[in-house]
Design a protein around this ligand. Structure first.
Ligand code: CTP
Ligand code: ZN
Length: 158
């Protein structure tokens, strides 16, 4: 129901915006990268890492004020933070709580690890990674056809 005392002391509640909760510990910066959030947007963004959590032991939390992230945006983080909870906050209340779901196609989120792939040769071409098997996390580059593992894709955005 309510967040832990430690968490409340660490990061205050927000009035308006999106809270990404239950991110696996240490993954918050990758989540921001996948979302294309740099901090140069100007709104207040709070990142808390390694926060004690009953469910996960430790977790990361991101609070993005004055921005409501859409379903197709937050689904981009499913490979990185599969247990994340998206909370849409309005007037201090959680008005929507949802999970993330891996989409069929990930555009411009990860880089194809194949150095000779056209998506790496041409800056103007955004990567296109198809999800072949959601359960087994089998993915494939739409351009070069290489089969890809979740781990190598995640490390491709560092
Ligand atoms: N939150 C916030 N500002 C608000 C309301 C909520 O920053 N005005 C944050 C809380 O700190 C928490 C998350 O949004 O990290 C979800 O809030 P809530 O649903 O109240 O917490 P829990 O019940 O603990 O969530 P869950 O059941 O998903 O664990
Ligand atoms: Zn490729």
């Amino acid at each position: 129901m309510s967040a832990t005392t430690e968490e409340q002391l660490l990061v205050r509640r927000i009035r308006e915006g999106t809270v990404i909760d239950h991110i696996d510990a240490g993954k918050a910066l990758l989540v921001l990268k996948a979302l294309g959030i740099t901090g140069r947007e100007g709104n207040v963004i709070t990142v808390a890492m390694n926060v004690p959590s009953v469910k996960l032991g430790k977790k990361d939390i991101i609070k993005i004020e004055n921005r409501l992230l859409a379903v197709d945006e937050t689904n981009k983080i499913a490979l990185i933070a599969p247990r994340a909870t998206i909370n849409i906050v309005s007037e201090y209340r959680v008005k929507e709580k949802r999970r993330v779901e891996l989409p069929d196609l990930l555009i411009g989120v990860f880089n194809c690890p194949n150095p000779s792939c056209v998506s790496n040769a041409e800056k103007s071409i955004a990567s296109r990674i198809e999800v072949i098997d959601r359960e087994k996390q089998k993915l494939r580059c739409w351009y070069c056809g290489r089969m890809l593992e979740a781990n190598e894709l995640i490390s491709s955005i560092y």
